[in-house]
Design a protein around this ligand. Structure first.
Ligand SMILES: Nc1nc(=O)c2c([nH]1)NC[C@@H]1CN(c3ccc(C(=O)N[C@@H](CCC(=O)O)C(=O)O)cc3)CN21
Ligand SMILES: CC(C)C(=O)C(=O)O
Ligand SMILES: [Mg+2]
Length: 272
């Protein structure tokens, strides 16, 4: 069991690199709105990711591709208002950084300026080198994201584990090194073999935060609706559920419905 070794009043990108150096694992969760972020921050979660998974869990899209920069900024702004301690990282959505480095920088600046978030995350390695450089040169911290990159789902066609073959594993390793060299403060590694993820984490000084990447990395991230058991039809092997909110909420809604229908609610004490 690993517990916090050092008190951090406010988490910065520097604190995360520090945690890795001290062997303290990093706990990261997504959040997309004020109320949820308030609870996550209060619980001591180190990093809050305003993920483009909002496209799935908030808006009901099948992929992360449709969510817009304006929508990401709306989610990020709501999250930032709730924060006292956590570091807030925001996904640059599909289409907001792939065309050219100038557009990438403009998108990152909009997120930082309009939401007050602390960092941005981009999917990819070598392909987005120039964009990453430009954003970093503007003083905006960047988190990388390698392995399963959901914004390229149509290139791959499936959400299966990535980098099982030597060639893809070699590319991943060199992409990770490149991102560190450019100045990224951390990297998310999604759905890759645990052995490879451990090797990558051990080869870098910046933290590697895994999702479906095993226990040899420097931290973990999960989508909050998944770990709360709200997305009960989503069942990947890497997911651990820490609550069964789908059934808790269903029970609450059914009880409320029954109380309204039977006129049990509101009672004498619940009216004026
Ligand atoms: N609710 C939610 N949770 C996530 O973790 C998440 C999102 N949405 N949306 C954006 C991406 C997409 N991600 C995914 C999507 C699917 C799998 C997955 O393992 N799917 C299948 C297996 C697919 C296969 O092997 O072909 C599964 O077992 O559920 C993992 C991560 C991670 N992100
Ligand atoms: C799954 C995490 C890493 C993510 O990118 C998201 O939630 O959008
Ligand atoms: Mg994402």
């Amino acid at each position: 069991m690993s517990v916090a070794k050092k008190e951090y009043k406010r988490i910065t990108t520097k604190s995360l690199v520090d945690m890795k150096a001290n062997g303290e694992k990093i706990a990261m969760l997504t959040a997309y709105d004020y109320s949820m972020a308030k609870i996550v921050d209060g619980a001591g979660i180190d990093v809050i990711l305003v993920g483009d998974s909002a496209s799935n869990v908030m808006a009901g899209h099948e992929t992360t591709l449709p969510i817009t920069l304006d929508q990401m900024i709306y989610h990020a702004t709501s999250v930032v208002r709730a924060i006292d301690r956590s570091l807030v990282v925001v996904d640059l959505p599909f289409g907001s950084y792939q065309s050219d480095p100038k557009e990438a920088l403009r998108s990152a600046i909009r997120i930082m300026k309009e939401s007050g978030a602390h960092a941005v995350k981009l999917e990819g390695g070598k392909e987005i080198k120039e964009s990453t450089k430009r954003i970093l040169h503007a003083g905006i911290p960047v988190m990388g994201h390698l392995g399963l990159t959901p914004q390229s789902i149509y290139k791959f066609g499936t959400y299966t584990v990535r980098a099982k073959e030597e060639e893809e594993a070699e590319k991943l390793k060199s992409d990770a090194k490149l991102l560190q060299k450019l100045g990224c403060f951390a990297i998310v590694l999604e759905k890759v073999p645990a052995k490879l993820a451990k090797e990558v984490a051990e080869s870098l000084t910046i933290p590697v935060i895994g999702i479906g990447a095993g226990n040899g990395v420097d931290g973990q991230v999960l989508v909050i609706h998944d770990m709360l058991g709200m997305t009960h039809e989503f069942n990947p092997r890497f997911l651990r559920r820490y609550a069964d909110l789908h059934s808790e909420m269903t029970k609450a809604f059914q009880n409320y419905r029954d109380d309204v229908k039977s006129q049990d609610f509101p009672s004498e004490n619940e009216q004026y």
